[in-house]
Design a protein around this ligand. Structure first.
Ligand code: TYD
Length: 205
């Protein structure tokens, strides 16, 4: 098993099931004795969680401010968690990464995509994942799943916003076919986790 520098990202619209699948993947890696780190964006560091509370709270922020705040949280995560884990052969499983900024602040909020790419590459020291799983689903369906839960600032956006997020992800997947895998997130959870596991195990072996 070669776990050297293995970085896996899950992306998707709200309610696509990526947090559940990230947890299942991390548990499966652990049960196979593979050291791994499960993290989420924004967050998973002390400062990152504070930034998360600030962004998801009630404040209206312009997209550029949002981009910088997400990127500040991301930089903390890269320096304090991701680089040290990769350096010690710990597989990193990350629930959202730079592609969320491209999809949300870019495709959905209209911020210039080149600006986002530049800020992303500075914040991450150009560290990019080996695998990206896009849990693709029509937001009208994924929102049905979450309808009882309280909504944060992003979840309150209209459906057209979430359709644009989805379109952004699909464009990213289209232009990065080596690393990206699109998974139909309407499939049962057990099928999705098996698809993910097969790709991960192929990468590691
Ligand atoms: P979260 O509760 O983690 O959403 P989810 O459970 O669906 O992952 O909230 C994170 C929100 O922040 C989510 O709506 C997506 C948004 N976001 C961005 O707009 N840009 C970013 O760069 C990141 C990382 C998240």
């Amino acid at each position: 098993m070669n776990t050297e520098n293995t970085f896996i990202v899950l992306e998707g619209v709200e309610g696509s099931g990526k947090s559940t699948q990230s947890q299942i993947l991390s548990q499966r890696l652990s049960s196979e004795g593979i050291s791994n780190l499960l993290i989420r964006e924004p967050g998973s560091t002390k400062i990152g969680e504070e930034i998360r509370a600030l962004i998801l709270g009630g404040h209206e922020l312009n997209p550029l401010t949002e981009l910088f705040l997400f990127s500040a949280a991301r930089s903390e995560l890269i320096q304090n968690e991701i680089i040290p884990a990769l350096d010690t052969n710990t597989v990193v499983v990350c629930d959202r990464y730079i592609y969320s900024s491209t999809a949300y602040q870019g495709y959905a909020k209209g911020l210039n995509l080149d600006t986002i790419a530049e800020v992303n590459s500075i914040a991450t020291s150009r560290i990019s994942p080996d695998l990206v799983f896009l849990l693709d689903i029509n937001p009208e369906i994924s929102f049905e799943r979450k309808k009882a839960a309280p909504k944060d600032r992003f979840e309150k956006e209209p459906i057209t916003f979430h359709n644009n997020v989805r379109k952004g992800y699909l464009c990213l997947a289209e232009s990065n076919q080596n690393a990206w895998h699109i998974i139909d997130a309407e499939k049962p959870s057990a099928i999705i986790s098996e698809i993910i596991w097969q790709k991960v195990i192929t990468l590691l072996s």
